[in-house]
Every structure is written in structure tokens, then in C-alpha cells.
Design a protein around this ligand. Structure first.
Ligand code: NAD
Ligand code: NA
Length: 396
């Protein structure tokens, strides 16, 4: 069928299989163009189908020929109905890995569950024996707790007081004021349960117990800090509490892996257009001003550039892993540079529906958003019939 983007608020209801494949191929080409990285050979990626997790998987596989297992939660296609983009991304990734002679298998299910953890452990045991690196890159609005069966829902709210500032509807370019009521304690608690570190530690505990963590195994999860203008809704809001918890959990995991010489890191990544970030108020306006500023200075990066740099310059640079005062890896270093943040702050004060066309990179935002769903890629014939029924080889 001919597949077109069908937008509904912050999501797109359709995805283009060939466009998603093109996106994966472009990312593979980028990693290959940067040369070999002396990184681990057996890698598990939890949250492997889109965004930073997919880029991590591609970097591991095509940066150093790693065998990868990817875990994700995506919707498969049905006749006349496309799959979610992560499904098509993963199908394309497996195909490219196979062509390159690389082991790649995937598990589609709820990573928060005991069953999916066990399934993953069984697959590692059967195929790889152990893994040397676990990337933890889940972004989810809900988590069914595996012990209590309670379904927790995260919130994106300020804490303590109502937040009022500008936001943009990135489809129309309209800049308006948004007000968000403060969280109640339950919102904070739920957000920490969903996006904090508890599940990350459950993964490493279960894997260690099963003996599938190699000596010296490393695990990395992703965090965000960002500027003053987004802090009320992000770092000082409910999601920030979850990120504080995630960051604290890294030290707990490192402690628990002492006897095998293992280590847990949090990497603070750059703000980028992903399915997760486009749903957060205020962030799209910030990103459109940030993109404009960083592109003008030649400092712009997408997920793949960020993950390639994380592996090559931070985790596997041949020496110490550089950390900040709180023990975190920082690849948001260019975003947080004083000159970038000063420029964005000035633009923020000027931003309205009229000025944004000039001072913001709304076109870049929209293009990245379309790209998430496989639309807007050069070399893809969007007027041609596409096969929506693409399968993932290791799953079907
Ligand atoms: P994303 O939405 O692109 O990716 C989320 C991944 O999690 C997908 O692979 C999805 O299938 C998987 N997933 C979601 N729920 C699942 C479940 N129940 N079981 C199994 N898999 C599930 O998000 P992203 O932006 O790449 O975020 C990844 C991490 O990076 C998050 O911790 C996020 O906070 C962090 N981060 C994001 C940004 C940003 O600007 N996007 C910046 C810094 C850090
Ligand atoms: Na991800």
C-alpha cells in the first residue's frame, strides 16, 4: 500500500518500512565512516528499537562487529496497518547485521516483566554465553510492576508550584503560553517507579544471578539535565526525580557487581527529537532554538553521532572514562556549552509565533519528527507501493 504520515498530536499513526530501513542504513554508514571502536563483542540493548537505544545497538554492531540482542516493545504490522517504527527499524537492523555476518536477535515484549528478562537470559545462555555490555535505554509512560502487578503511570509535571511558560505546537509553529499544575506526591512516586532505576537494577540482578554477566561487564543508562528554561518541567520536575533515582542506582549496581569487576554508568545525553521527548511540553521549543544555534556553530548531533561519540570518546577511548563531579558521563557537553546556552536564552526571550520562523529551526524539528516514522528520507519512493507486512527475522 502507499503509506503516508498520519499525525495525531505528538505521534504519527503510520510508519514507512523502507524509510525506517533507510534511516538504519544511514546510521550504519555514519558509524562505519568513523572507523573501528575497541568496544565489547557481546552486547544487550534494552530499548533497542528507536532513539538512543537503536543508535547504541548500531554503534556496537557496526563499530566493532558486536553480536547484539535487542529488547523492545513494538507493534507488529497487520494487513493494511503499519507496524510501529521500532519494528521496521529492528527488521532492517537484523537484515543489515546478517549481510555483515553479525549475530543479531530481538525480543519484542515488556522489558519490565520477569518473563522478558528470563527470555533474554535464556537467549544469552544459548547463543552468547555471557554479555560484556548492557545498554539500558527504555523510555515508557507506564510500567506494570513485576512484584505487585500495579500499573504505574509517569507524569510530566513541575513540583511545588504551577509552571507557566512558552511552548510551541511544532506542527503549526504556534507559540502559546502553557500552564501545568504541580504534581502531587503520587505523581512523583509513580514517575520514579516507571523511569527511575529500579528496573535497571532488576535486570542486572537477574543477569548476574543467572551467570550471564561477563567479568568486567559494563552497563549504561541514559539521563538528561538541560537548561534553566526547561528545568521546572524536566530536571526539577517529576521526570527529574526519576533521573535522580536512576543516577543513584548506577552506584548501587556498581556495588553489586564489585566481585565480577563490573561497572554501571549513567550518560547524560543531548536533547533530541524522539518519540519520548516530543511529548514533553516546552522541550520542542527549546529544541528548535537549540538546533538552530548548534547547527550554526557546526556542533549539531543526532542520536547516532551522540552514541558513536559515547562509545569512541568516553566508554572505549582506551583510557579512563571521563566523568563529571557526580560521576556521570557527559555527552551533553556541547549542548551545555556557555556560548550555546547564552544564545538559546536570548532567543527564548524573543520567541513567538512570528519570530520563531527566523530564530528557530522548526523545519529541522519537523523533519526529524517525520524521520522518526520513516518519512522524509532521500532515496525512498514514497509514492510507490510499500510492503507493510515486513517481519523481523529472529522473531517470526
Ligand atoms: P525512544 O522512545 O526513542 O526509545 C524507547 C525505547 O524503549 C524503544 O526501543 C521502545 O520500544 C522501548 N520500550 C518502551 N517501553 C518498553 C517496554 N515496556 N518494554 C520493552 N521496551 C520498551 O526514547 P529515547 O529518547 O531514545 O530515550 C531513551 C533514554 O534516553 C531514556 O532514558 C531517555 O530519558 C533518555 N534521554 C533522552 C533524551 C532525548 O532528548 N530524547 C535526552 C537524554 C536522555
Ligand atoms: Na531508545
Amino acid at each position: 500500500m502507499i503509506i503516508e504520515p498520519r499525525m495525531r498530536g505528538f505521534i504519527c499513526l503510520t510508519a514507512h518500512p523502507e524509510g525506517c530501513a533507510q534511516s538504519v542504513k544511514n546510521q550504519i554508514e555514519y558509524v562505519k565512516s568513523k572507523g573501528k571502536i575497541n568496544a565489547p563483542k557481546r552486547v544487550l540493548v534494552v530499548g533497542a528499537s528507536t532513539g538512543f537505544g537503536l543508535a547504541s545497538r548500531i554503534t556496537a554492531a557496526f563499530g566493532n562487529d558486536a553480536a547484539t540482542i535487542g529488547v523492545f516493545f513494538e507493534k507488529e504490522p497487520a494487513p493494511g496497518k503499519t507496524a510501529t517504527p521500532g519494528w521496521y527499524n529492528s527488521a532492517a537492523f537484523e537484515q543489515e547485521a546478517k549481510k555483515a555476518g553479525l549475530y543479531a536477535k530481538s525480543i519484542n515484549g515488556d522489558a519490565f516483566s520477569k518473563e522478558v528478562k528470563q527470555q533474554t537470559i535464556d537467549m544469552i545462555k544459548a547463543d552468547l554465553g555471557q554479555v560484556d555490555l548492557i545498554i539500558y535505554s527504555l523510555a515508557s509512560p507506564v510500567r506494570m510492576h513485576p512484584e505487585t502487578g500495579v500499573l504505574h503511570r509517569s507524569a510530566l509535571k513541575p513540583i511545588g508550584q504551577t509552571f507557566t511558560d512558552k511552548t510551541v505546537d511544532f506542527h503549526t509553529g504556534n507559540v502559546t503560553q502553557v500552564s501545568i499544575e504541580p504534581a502531587v506526591q503520587e505523581d512523583i512516586d509513580n514517575t520514579v517507579v516507571v523511569m527511575g532505576g529500579e528496573d535497571w537494577k532488576m535486570w542486572t540482578d537477574a543477569m548476574k544471578k543467572a551467570g550471564v554477566l561477563a567479568d568486567g561487564a559494563t552497563t549504561v543508562a541514559y539521563s538528561y539535565i538541560g537548561p534553566e528554561v526547561t528545568s521546572a518541567v524536566y530536571r526539577k520536575g517529576t521526570i527529574g526525580q526519576a533521573k535522580n533515582h536512576l543516577e543513584a542506582t548506577a552506584f548501587e549496581i556498581t556495588d553489586s557487581l564489585k566481585d565480577i569487576g563490573g561497572k554501571a554508568y549513567v550518560s547524560v545525553n543531548k536533547a533530541l527529537v524522539t518519540q519520548a521527548s516530543s511529548a514533553i511540553p516546552v522541550i520542542p521549543l527549546y529544541i528548535s532554538l537549540l538546533y538552530k544555534t548548534m547547527k550554526a556553530k557546526g556542533l549539531h548531533e543526532g542520536c547516532i553521532e551522540q552514541m558513536q561519540r559515547l562509545f569512541a570518546d568516553r566508554l572505549y577511548n582506551g583510557g579512563e572514562v571521563p566523568l563529571d563531579a557526580e560521576g556521570r558521563i557527559r555527552i551533553d557537553d556541547w549542548e551545555m556549552r556557555d556560548d550555546i546556552q547564552e544564545a538559546v536564552k536570548t532567543l527564548w526571550a524573543q520567541a513567538d509565533t512570528e519570530t520563531l520562523k527566523e530564530i528557530g529551526d522548526l523545519a529541522g524539528y519537523k523533519n526529524d519528527f517525520l524521520n522518526l516514522f520513516g518519512f522524509g528520507f532521500q532515496g525512498v519512493d514514497y509514492l510507490a507501493d510499500a510492503n507493510e507486512m515486513v517481519q523481523i527475522e529472529s522473531i517470526s
